[in-house]
Design a protein around this ligand. Structure first.
Ligand code: AMP
Length: 281
Protein backbone atom coordinates (compact mmCIF):
# COMPACT_ATOMS: atom_id res chain seq x y z
CA UNK A 1 0.00 0.00 0.00
CA UNK A 2 1.27 3.44 -0.91
CA UNK A 3 0.80 6.05 1.81
CA UNK A 4 0.34 9.74 1.01
CA UNK A 5 0.23 12.55 3.55
CA UNK A 6 0.17 15.31 0.95
CA UNK A 7 -2.46 16.21 -1.62
CA UNK A 8 -0.38 17.02 -4.71
CA UNK A 9 1.66 13.75 -4.88
CA UNK A 10 -1.58 11.77 -4.38
CA UNK A 11 -3.28 13.70 -7.20
CA UNK A 12 -0.29 13.07 -9.52
CA UNK A 13 -0.25 9.35 -8.66
CA UNK A 14 -3.99 8.98 -9.34
CA UNK A 15 -3.94 11.02 -12.52
CA UNK A 16 -1.28 8.64 -13.93
CA UNK A 17 -3.55 5.71 -13.05
CA UNK A 18 -6.58 7.37 -14.60
CA UNK A 19 -4.61 7.97 -17.80
CA UNK A 20 -4.29 4.17 -17.99
CA UNK A 21 -8.09 3.96 -17.71
CA UNK A 22 -7.99 2.69 -14.13
CA UNK A 23 -11.16 3.15 -12.07
CA UNK A 24 -10.73 4.54 -8.56
CA UNK A 25 -12.79 3.64 -5.47
CA UNK A 26 -12.71 5.93 -2.42
CA UNK A 27 -13.48 4.86 1.16
CA UNK A 28 -13.44 7.94 3.44
CA UNK A 29 -12.91 7.15 7.15
CA UNK A 30 -11.77 8.71 10.39
CA UNK A 31 -9.53 5.76 11.25
CA UNK A 32 -9.65 3.41 14.27
CA UNK A 33 -10.68 0.91 11.65
CA UNK A 34 -12.83 -2.14 12.31
CA UNK A 35 -14.26 -4.93 10.14
CA UNK A 36 -17.11 -2.67 8.94
CA UNK A 37 -14.61 -0.29 7.35
CA UNK A 38 -12.74 -3.23 5.82
CA UNK A 39 -15.91 -4.49 4.15
CA UNK A 40 -16.18 -1.13 2.37
CA UNK A 41 -12.57 -1.48 1.19
CA UNK A 42 -13.23 -5.05 0.02
CA UNK A 43 -16.37 -3.96 -1.84
CA UNK A 44 -14.33 -1.26 -3.59
CA UNK A 45 -11.55 -3.66 -4.48
CA UNK A 46 -14.00 -5.98 -6.22
CA UNK A 47 -14.95 -3.44 -8.87
CA UNK A 48 -12.25 -0.74 -8.99
CA UNK A 49 -8.64 -1.03 -10.23
CA UNK A 50 -7.38 1.21 -7.41
CA UNK A 51 -8.85 1.59 -3.93
CA UNK A 52 -8.02 4.66 -1.85
CA UNK A 53 -8.87 4.71 1.84
CA UNK A 54 -8.63 8.09 3.55
CA UNK A 55 -8.08 8.50 7.28
CA UNK A 56 -8.76 12.00 8.51
CA UNK A 57 -10.42 13.04 11.75
CA UNK A 58 -12.16 16.13 10.44
CA UNK A 59 -12.17 18.74 13.22
CA UNK A 60 -14.91 20.92 11.70
CA UNK A 61 -17.53 18.17 11.87
CA UNK A 62 -17.21 17.82 15.67
CA UNK A 63 -19.63 20.06 17.53
CA UNK A 64 -18.32 18.70 20.85
CA UNK A 65 -14.58 19.38 21.49
CA UNK A 66 -14.37 16.53 24.05
CA UNK A 67 -15.64 14.07 21.42
CA UNK A 68 -12.92 15.24 19.00
CA UNK A 69 -10.28 15.02 21.73
CA UNK A 70 -11.32 11.48 22.70
CA UNK A 71 -11.82 10.15 19.17
CA UNK A 72 -9.86 6.84 19.08
CA UNK A 73 -6.67 6.64 17.02
CA UNK A 74 -4.75 3.51 15.98
CA UNK A 75 -2.72 4.32 12.86
CA UNK A 76 -0.27 1.38 13.05
CA UNK A 77 -3.12 -1.08 13.45
CA UNK A 78 -5.10 0.67 10.67
CA UNK A 79 -2.19 0.36 8.23
CA UNK A 80 -1.79 -3.36 9.01
CA UNK A 81 -5.56 -3.83 8.65
CA UNK A 82 -5.66 -2.07 5.27
CA UNK A 83 -2.66 -4.07 4.06
CA UNK A 84 -4.40 -7.32 5.08
CA UNK A 85 -7.22 -6.64 2.57
CA UNK A 86 -4.93 -5.31 -0.16
CA UNK A 87 -5.93 -1.63 -0.03
CA UNK A 88 -3.83 0.16 -2.68
CA UNK A 89 -3.54 3.67 -1.28
CA UNK A 90 -3.88 5.30 2.13
CA UNK A 91 -4.38 9.06 2.22
CA UNK A 92 -3.64 10.31 5.72
CA UNK A 93 -3.24 14.09 5.67
CA UNK A 94 -2.55 16.37 8.65
CA UNK A 95 -5.10 19.02 9.52
CA UNK A 96 -2.81 21.72 8.09
CA UNK A 97 -2.69 19.87 4.76
CA UNK A 98 -6.49 19.58 4.47
CA UNK A 99 -7.17 23.08 5.76
CA UNK A 100 -4.32 25.13 4.36
CA UNK A 101 -6.30 28.33 4.92
CA UNK A 102 -8.97 28.98 7.54
CA UNK A 103 -12.36 28.11 6.08
CA UNK A 104 -15.75 29.73 6.61
CA UNK A 105 -17.59 27.80 3.90
CA UNK A 106 -20.93 26.51 5.19
CA UNK A 107 -23.54 24.21 3.69
CA UNK A 108 -27.26 24.39 4.36
CA UNK A 109 -29.26 21.31 3.44
CA UNK A 110 -32.63 22.65 4.59
CA UNK A 111 -34.70 20.11 6.50
CA UNK A 112 -32.21 17.29 5.77
CA UNK A 113 -29.61 18.66 8.19
CA UNK A 114 -32.02 19.99 10.80
CA UNK A 115 -33.54 16.68 11.96
CA UNK A 116 -32.08 13.66 13.79
CA UNK A 117 -28.27 13.99 13.92
CA UNK A 118 -28.56 17.54 12.60
CA UNK A 119 -30.72 18.55 15.56
CA UNK A 120 -28.34 17.09 18.14
CA UNK A 121 -25.08 17.94 16.35
CA UNK A 122 -25.49 21.46 14.91
CA UNK A 123 -22.97 22.19 12.14
CA UNK A 124 -21.93 18.54 11.89
CA UNK A 125 -23.21 17.93 8.35
CA UNK A 126 -21.81 21.19 7.02
CA UNK A 127 -18.39 19.97 8.20
CA UNK A 128 -18.98 16.52 6.70
CA UNK A 129 -20.08 18.02 3.37
CA UNK A 130 -17.00 20.23 3.18
CA UNK A 131 -14.49 17.47 3.90
CA UNK A 132 -16.23 14.99 1.58
CA UNK A 133 -16.28 17.61 -1.21
CA UNK A 134 -12.56 18.21 -0.67
CA UNK A 135 -11.85 14.46 -0.78
CA UNK A 136 -13.94 14.09 -3.95
CA UNK A 137 -11.96 16.89 -5.64
CA UNK A 138 -8.61 15.53 -4.46
CA UNK A 139 -9.21 11.85 -5.30
CA UNK A 140 -11.69 12.29 -8.16
CA UNK A 141 -13.01 8.75 -7.60
CA UNK A 142 -15.15 6.71 -9.97
CA UNK A 143 -17.08 5.34 -6.98
CA UNK A 144 -17.27 6.28 -3.31
CA UNK A 145 -18.28 3.94 -0.48
CA UNK A 146 -20.23 4.93 2.63
CA UNK A 147 -21.90 2.93 5.39
CA UNK A 148 -25.65 2.69 5.96
CA UNK A 149 -24.85 3.11 9.66
CA UNK A 150 -24.50 6.83 8.97
CA UNK A 151 -27.61 6.95 6.78
CA UNK A 152 -28.25 10.68 7.17
CA UNK A 153 -24.62 11.31 6.19
CA UNK A 154 -25.21 9.19 3.07
CA UNK A 155 -28.23 11.32 2.14
CA UNK A 156 -26.17 14.49 2.61
CA UNK A 157 -23.42 13.09 0.34
CA UNK A 158 -26.05 12.17 -2.25
CA UNK A 159 -27.25 15.76 -2.12
CA UNK A 160 -23.79 17.25 -2.69
CA UNK A 161 -23.16 14.85 -5.57
CA UNK A 162 -26.41 16.05 -7.18
CA UNK A 163 -26.04 19.75 -6.36
CA UNK A 164 -22.35 20.06 -7.24
CA UNK A 165 -22.41 17.70 -10.26
CA UNK A 166 -19.78 15.29 -8.97
CA UNK A 167 -19.54 12.48 -11.50
CA UNK A 168 -19.26 9.78 -8.82
CA UNK A 169 -21.27 6.63 -8.20
CA UNK A 170 -22.21 6.35 -4.53
CA UNK A 171 -22.51 3.02 -2.76
CA UNK A 172 -24.39 2.66 0.54
CA UNK A 173 -23.00 -0.45 2.25
CA UNK A 174 -25.02 -2.43 4.87
CA UNK A 175 -24.03 -2.12 8.54
CA UNK A 176 -21.67 -4.74 9.98
CA UNK A 177 -22.67 -5.84 13.47
CA UNK A 178 -21.17 -7.62 16.47
CA UNK A 179 -22.68 -10.98 17.49
CA UNK A 180 -25.20 -9.28 19.84
CA UNK A 181 -26.30 -6.87 17.08
CA UNK A 182 -24.33 -3.80 18.21
CA UNK A 183 -23.33 -1.85 15.09
CA UNK A 184 -19.55 -1.86 14.73
CA UNK A 185 -18.15 1.59 15.44
CA UNK A 186 -14.76 3.09 16.24
CA UNK A 187 -16.40 4.57 19.33
CA UNK A 188 -17.22 1.08 20.73
CA UNK A 189 -13.60 0.80 21.93
CA UNK A 190 -14.38 3.55 24.45
CA UNK A 191 -17.10 1.47 26.16
CA UNK A 192 -16.31 -0.24 29.49
CA UNK A 193 -17.05 -4.00 29.69
CA UNK A 194 -20.32 -3.28 31.45
CA UNK A 195 -21.31 -0.56 28.98
CA UNK A 196 -20.42 -2.82 26.07
CA UNK A 197 -23.00 -5.35 27.32
CA UNK A 198 -25.81 -2.81 27.52
CA UNK A 199 -24.90 -1.04 24.23
CA UNK A 200 -26.87 -3.57 22.17
CA UNK A 201 -30.07 -1.98 23.55
CA UNK A 202 -30.20 0.35 20.53
CA UNK A 203 -30.12 -2.60 18.12
CA UNK A 204 -32.66 -4.49 20.23
CA UNK A 205 -34.93 -1.43 20.16
CA UNK A 206 -34.76 -1.27 16.36
CA UNK A 207 -35.58 -4.98 15.99
CA UNK A 208 -38.46 -4.62 18.45
CA UNK A 209 -39.82 -1.58 16.59
CA UNK A 210 -39.55 -3.27 13.21
CA UNK A 211 -41.53 -6.28 14.47
CA UNK A 212 -44.15 -4.05 16.06
CA UNK A 213 -44.62 -2.17 12.78
CA UNK A 214 -45.15 -5.51 11.04
CA UNK A 215 -47.76 -6.31 13.71
CA UNK A 216 -49.38 -2.97 12.84
CA UNK A 217 -48.73 -1.36 16.24
CA UNK A 218 -49.01 2.44 16.38
CA UNK A 219 -45.85 4.53 16.33
CA UNK A 220 -46.72 6.34 19.57
CA UNK A 221 -46.87 3.09 21.55
CA UNK A 222 -43.70 1.77 19.85
CA UNK A 223 -41.93 4.99 20.81
CA UNK A 224 -43.03 4.62 24.45
CA UNK A 225 -41.78 1.03 24.61
CA UNK A 226 -38.41 1.98 23.09
CA UNK A 227 -38.00 4.77 25.65
CA UNK A 228 -38.79 2.22 28.41
CA UNK A 229 -36.32 -0.32 26.98
CA UNK A 230 -33.53 2.26 26.98
CA UNK A 231 -34.44 3.66 30.42
CA UNK A 232 -34.33 0.17 31.93
CA UNK A 233 -30.61 -0.14 31.07
CA UNK A 234 -28.03 1.38 33.40
CA UNK A 235 -26.10 4.35 31.98
CA UNK A 236 -28.13 4.55 28.76
CA UNK A 237 -29.56 7.90 27.64
CA UNK A 238 -31.75 7.99 24.54
CA UNK A 239 -31.42 11.11 22.38
CA UNK A 240 -33.88 10.20 19.67
CA UNK A 241 -35.81 7.32 18.21
CA UNK A 242 -37.63 8.14 14.98
CA UNK A 243 -39.18 6.76 11.83
CA UNK A 244 -38.39 8.66 8.67
CA UNK A 245 -38.90 8.64 4.93
CA UNK A 246 -35.81 7.04 3.32
CA UNK A 247 -35.87 9.54 0.45
CA UNK A 248 -35.82 12.86 2.33
CA UNK A 249 -35.63 11.85 6.03
CA UNK A 250 -38.90 13.64 6.77
CA UNK A 251 -40.10 12.31 10.12
CA UNK A 252 -43.18 10.08 9.95
CA UNK A 253 -45.95 9.58 12.47
CA UNK A 254 -47.24 6.49 10.75
CA UNK A 255 -45.82 3.97 8.28
CA UNK A 256 -47.76 4.07 5.01
CA UNK A 257 -45.03 2.69 2.77
CA UNK A 258 -42.75 0.22 4.59
CA UNK A 259 -40.33 0.17 1.63
CA UNK A 260 -39.69 3.88 2.09
CA UNK A 261 -39.37 3.90 5.88
CA UNK A 262 -36.32 3.73 8.10
CA UNK A 263 -35.98 3.52 11.89
CA UNK A 264 -33.21 5.62 13.41
CA UNK A 265 -31.88 5.76 16.95
CA UNK A 266 -29.14 7.62 18.83
CA UNK A 267 -28.06 7.94 22.41
CA UNK A 268 -25.33 7.69 24.98
CA UNK A 269 -24.00 4.64 26.76
CA UNK A 270 -21.97 6.20 29.56
CA UNK A 271 -20.07 8.98 27.81
CA UNK A 272 -20.06 7.36 24.39
CA UNK A 273 -22.56 8.51 21.78
CA UNK A 274 -23.82 5.75 19.46
CA UNK A 275 -26.17 5.73 16.47
CA UNK A 276 -27.90 2.98 14.52
CA UNK A 277 -30.71 2.49 12.01
CA UNK A 278 -32.68 -0.19 10.23
CA UNK A 279 -34.88 -0.25 7.13
CA UNK A 280 -38.47 -1.26 7.94
CA UNK A 281 -38.54 -3.68 5.01
P1 AMP B 1 -16.12 6.58 10.24
O1 AMP B 1 -14.66 6.26 10.27
O2 AMP B 1 -16.84 6.16 11.48
O3 AMP B 1 -16.40 7.98 9.81
O4 AMP B 1 -16.73 5.64 9.11
C1 AMP B 1 -16.22 5.63 7.80
C2 AMP B 1 -17.21 4.96 6.90
O5 AMP B 1 -17.43 3.62 7.35
C3 AMP B 1 -18.58 5.66 6.92
O6 AMP B 1 -19.11 5.69 5.62
C4 AMP B 1 -19.37 4.79 7.84
O7 AMP B 1 -20.77 4.84 7.59
C5 AMP B 1 -18.82 3.41 7.53
N1 AMP B 1 -19.06 2.50 8.65
C6 AMP B 1 -18.88 2.78 9.97
N2 AMP B 1 -19.27 1.73 10.72
C7 AMP B 1 -19.71 0.78 9.86
C8 AMP B 1 -20.26 -0.53 10.04
N3 AMP B 1 -20.45 -1.06 11.24
N4 AMP B 1 -20.59 -1.24 8.92
C9 AMP B 1 -20.41 -0.69 7.68
N5 AMP B 1 -19.91 0.53 7.46
C10 AMP B 1 -19.56 1.27 8.53
Amino acid sequence: MVIFKEIEPLKAFLSDKRALDHSVGLVPTMGALHSGHLELVKASKKVNSITVCSIFVNPIQFNNPADLEKYPKSLEHDIAYLNSVGCDVLFHPDRSEMYQKPTTTKFDFGQLDKVLEGEFRPGHFSGVALVVSKLFNIVNPTRAYFGQKDFQQFKIVQRIVDDLNFNIELICFPTLREADGLAMSSRNTRLSDEERKTASVFYRSLVFAKNEIRNRAGIKSINERVVEMCLSEKNVRLEYFAIADTENLNLLDNVKDADRSILLIAGFVGEVRLIDNMFVE
